[in-house]
Design a protein around this ligand. Sequence first.
Ligand code: LLP
Length: 402
Amino acid sequence: MESVPLAEVAQAHGTPCYVYSAAAIRHAYTEFEVAFATLDPLVCYAVKANGNLSLLRLLARLGAGFDIVSGGELSRVLAAGGDPGKVVFSGVGKSAAEMVQALRAGVRCFNVESPAELRRLSRVACELGLQAPVSLRVNPDVDPGTHPYIATGLKDSKFGVAYDDAFALYQEAARLPGLRVVGIDCHIGSQITDLDPFVAALEKILELASKLRRGGIPLSHLDLGGGVGIRYRNETPIALADYARAVAPRLEGSGLGLLLEPGRRIVGNAGLLLTRVEYLKISPEHRFAVVDAAMNDLIRPSLYEAWHEIVPVRERQGAPSVLDVVGPVCETGDILGRGRSLALAEGDLLAILSAGAYGASMGSNYNARPRPAEILVDGQAMQLIRRRETVEDLFRNEWPMP
Ligand code: LLP
């Protein structure tokens, strides 16, 4: 990782552990800034992809804004020194307490997802004597062509407001005393590798924005959400320059500022999960490498049948064999990689790639497994940015009943 041998990381911090590259994160963030430069976008990094405080601080120092979906994520952003004025608050189930927290912090915008939420937000803001800046998250009903669990812009998804209902709801928003309508938002899904759905969504959203302007509800920004995919295996990711070239002419003359909410594209390929082979379990019936990382550390392969490249830290001579890389968790589905061709011996280190996004952030303690350490590499320096949990951490909030 950059100039630090992964074997040294394992030596210093043990396995399993997440290792991130600061240079890769800076590069990926800057790519958005550069590609969309003529539109002067606010790039709101989606905290859910990876909310480690050090990564948030790194991004905050580059000028990033943040897309949050909970009071917890807001607290993380603030603890990391993020600017609340650059925070957008998404999510279908914001509680009144979270609204209060975000209003007091002074977030840039609430992306509201239902009529009931809109009314609650107005009420909560009035009680505080404040006005909440709002966008509606509008569902453009386009198919992003991605895994059904991460497609969010279709009519039947739980997210957003139906396209055909949005105009009337904007009129209501404009009347509600606790609200100030500032923008429009959409997010159609994740790991999208085709530009067409983004363009289709943009066109529908722009059409609505101009109808709103004509109807006396001018907006100041358009938030296109996140969802830009990365390469895990053999995908061809969208070139951000192409994305920007598609957006710029359509946005021109609309008077709308641009917000983006990328998560995966910024941190996904900047991180890996480092793990050690515990056992080789090879017989006529079995072909397994049992490693010390598991589905509780990285759930994407189990949950979405997602592919993560797995490479040995040190190549070994000898014929590779085809095996499944599995973890110690007591679930048949605890598979990190199926049918991988690897030459391995017990004790070898493996790197599970493209694990920077939705890896650590979706980790759990299933099977009473402490969550792994996280390490940030920057050039020749390695820094522990989250210590490995201890078993005591796991039952800190419990006690055997008296
Ligand atoms: N904005 C909103 C409102 C979102 O819901 C999401 C992701 C993003 C932005 C960032 O999307 P990205 O740029 O990272 O694609 N756990 C799944 C992904 C779930 C995505 C949820 N929403 C996975 O591991 O693939």
